[in-house]
Design a protein around this ligand. Sequence first.
Ligand code: GLU
Length: 423
Amino acid sequence: MSTNETHVEAAESLNVLLATQQVIKEALNRLGYGDDLYNLLSQPLRTLTVRFPVTMDDGSVKVFTGYRAQHNDAVGPTKGGIRLHPDVNEEEIQALSMWMSVKCGIADLPYGGGKGGIVCDPRDMSFAEIERLSRAYVRAISQIVGPAKDIPAPDVFSNSQNMAWMFDEYSRIRESDSPGFITGKPVVLGGSVGRERATARGVAICIDEACRVKGIQLSGARVVVQGFGNAGSYLAKYMKDAGALVVGISDAYGALYQPNGLDVDELLERRDSFGSVTKLYRDTITNKELLELPCDILVPAAIENQITTDNASNIQASIVVEAANGPTTMAATDILDRRGVLVVPDVLGNSGGVIVSYFEWVQNNQGYYWSDSEVDTNLSRVLQRSFSAVYAASQKYSVNMRLAAYIVGVQRMAEAARWRGWV
Ligand code: GLU
């Protein structure tokens, strides 16, 4: 392949929507489905763009833009988080809604994929401003969401407090208490125990499974975690408790490296609510250096497109488990795969979050609440089954774990659409 071609491939794969369409097409081809299904699944069925005014603390009014994309509801209502981030854009939210469909398909949840986002930087906003923003967004999208339509949840820079405000606003609009409208709520408002740490717990289960496949002992293994938000911070703690050495972590401002293992408990204590902690330390390295550190297990738990054709050959880990959505491009996955690195893709690696969201919704619908151990046992069961299904597909079709995950994930959507007579 010429340098030029390599460049074209890399540039294309950084567009998350195009990259997702390519892998969905490939998965449908392998399953023997034709263009009719690709046409149906290559874009969300609905994308709502909203603009809404929010009064800021200084009395000025700012108009924010938000989105809610619903990829496909052949299997059931759509499901997926709401991210609050300055880089949010329509194509990204659409791609993320498609990843949610695949994620729900792999875990066999009765949902299609959805995703929402608000273009904003909550790190620069007050608590009261974020409350008004969260409520205004729900008012703007209230027509298309609901417990049997589309069920939001937390995502990048949103948390149980945002969910609580959104739940309250939605219940007021409907004049009816509607806990099943949104998941990731505080436990006292109908949230599920274990939801907050669910993504990290799911990543930890996938790490166990990947270690088994690769014959690696987790105890004593060196782990690098990129990102110290909800997923990354809980994961670092799980890894430390399992006897692994967390040698590197990072946030949006820099990264820390300690070959003998970082003091995870101290870092957890010092991080702020957006997962920032490295500013408090002097000896930092860059995020780029962090990804290329000598280690056994690398967990990208930050944002998209972190492992690309530019750095895939320098990754030293033998297992990469994606806690973030979209951190590795398809081209980079191929490079890692050829080098014998086992990549557990986002749609499997971080699915613990939506799996426990499903448990939360089930509990809300029944008005009957589970114990910690019921949540953990059921999460392990679903994730172990999901991992086996994806691993088996990768063997059956001789493809990497990402394409295998899409093959497993799109199959149910395709079948449901067929049964409904849509294609
Ligand atoms: N935002 C999380 C994800 O991307 C969770 C979604 C949910 O719980 O619905 O998987």
